[in-house]
Design a protein around this ligand. Structure first.
Ligand code: SF4
Length: 393
């Protein structure tokens, strides 16, 4: 009599056609069935029916983020907690939480850091005046800025000394933009849209340079560049532009799979500029549905077809593979991309000196010792993901 409960669509039975008492019995039995088979019931309503995953390559950690994470992990090995870090070391919730659990205190004001304490400056770059302040009070300061951000700081410094007005394309309030503009605040004008170019007080015939935040989307940059070239005919720009290789490689790889995907998932934090740029690229390149998630827990249950997956430059591979695990694609995943990144940025010089000095102190008094080697000699072979996994908590 209740055979229908064994079918795949029990709730579709029209119960109004049976008598009142029988109806109650049926309803109770139906509720019991739904409770007892909740996971199956949920499957009918929210069917994750993903055929395959296209995994953009490269994705996730870039050389600058690798450098910064490994450097902070080293600080935790050298110093007892707390170790301080000015701003989030990189913009990723998982990475920041992992460091917090292991004794890192993140601050937005270097004056909150006690004298003599170890202090790391984040990958996004720090305003020169803030760095000077940080180095007061005998704090042990290590600067984990990405060398590609340093390059833009250098361009701002040189161009402003030469009398240029500088148009800086970036996001207002982003730490990289704040740090870069602070190198020569009197010469730099921030623009976020092509329309902003009409409102900056620079005359067309004065020497003008165009620089940018490293993590912009290429479309965002191009629209402003096209207009700036027309408005300022003698515009100076660095030969290779300021958008970094990691940003452009990740965007190009994603552009190739976006139009093939029913949904694109971008793994990364909301405050990560290059993560947000990836969501814009996916939308512009034809993805029907674009979702940014911090982790696999945030993926909706009703995805289907082909899902493209990528991650911002500060998101670890671990999070990306948990996303694929949750999607559970029928035909597995396929890596798509042409570029192999092998860039490597060595640890900050202050950290190298510190570790060398520590090793020397530890071996002092040993008369015949082999040539001193630094644990950082093998830094290139260690990934930031392994460094995070080696932390205690
Ligand atoms: S995204 Fe580019 S600029 Fe930013 S840390 Fe990575 S390599 Fe450096």
């Amino acid at each position: 009599m209740l055979d229908f409960l064994d079918t795949r669509f029990p709730v579709m039975l029209d119960l109004t056609t049976v008598g009142n008492k029988t109806l109650l019995n049926y309803k109770l039995k139906l509720l019991f069935f739904i409770n007892a088979n909740f996971s199956n019931f949920k499957y009918f309503l929210f069917n994750m029916n993903v055929d395959k995953v296209l995994l953009a390559t490269p994705r996730g950690f870039c050389a600058g983020v690798e450098k910064a994470i490994k450097a902070l992990a080293w600080m935790l090995k050298i110093f007892p907690p707390p170790v301080y870090c000015y701003h989030e070391i990189v913009h990723n919730q998982f990475v920041v939480e992992t460091f917090k659990k292991n004794g890192v205190i993140f601050v937005d004001d270097v004056n909150d850091v006690p004298a003599f304490a170890p202090l790391m400056l984040s990958a996004h770059g720090t305003a020169p005046t803030v760095e000077d302040q940080a180095r007061l009070n005998f704090r042990i300061v290590i600067n984990a800025v990405c060398p590609l951000v340093t390059k833009v700081h250098h361009e701002v410094k040189i161009r402003s000394k030469k009398g240029f007005s500088i148009i800086y394309v970036g996001h207002s309030g982003h730490e990289e933009a704040v740090g870069t503009m602070a190198v020569a605040p009197e010469s730099v004008y921030l623009v976020e849209t092509p329309e902003d170019l009409d409102n900056i007080p620079i005359s067309n015939d004065s020497p003008t340079a165009l620089l940018a935040q490293t993590t912009l989307s290429q479309d965002e940059w191009k629209d402003i560049l096209d207009k700036a070239i027309i408005k300022f005919p003698d515009l100076w720009m660095p030969n290779r532009g300021d958008l970094c290789f990691a940003t452009t490689n990740r965007q190009d790889a994603l552009a190739d799979i976006s139009h093939l995907s029913d949904t694109v998932i971008v793994v990364g934090s909301a405050n990560s500029s290059n993560t947000v740029a990836l969501t814009k690229v996916a939308t512009a390149r034809g993805a029907k549905n674009v979702i940014r998630v911090n982790s696999a827990d945030e993926i909706p249950d009703d995805l289907y077809g082909t899902v493209g997956v990528t991650a911002g430059a500060s998101a670890p591979d671990e999070l990306i593979f948990k996303v694929i695990e949750k999607l559970n694609p029928k035909f597995g995943y396929q890596e798509v991309g042409k570029v192999v990144e092998d860039e490597y940025f060595p640890p900050p010089p202050e950290l190298r000196e510190l570790i060398k000095a520590t090793a020397k102190a530890m071996t002092a008094g040993i008369a015949f010792r082999a040539e001193l080697t630094s644990p950082l000699d093998s830094d290139r072979d260690l990934s930031a993901s392994s460094s995070l996994n080696l932390l205690k908590v």
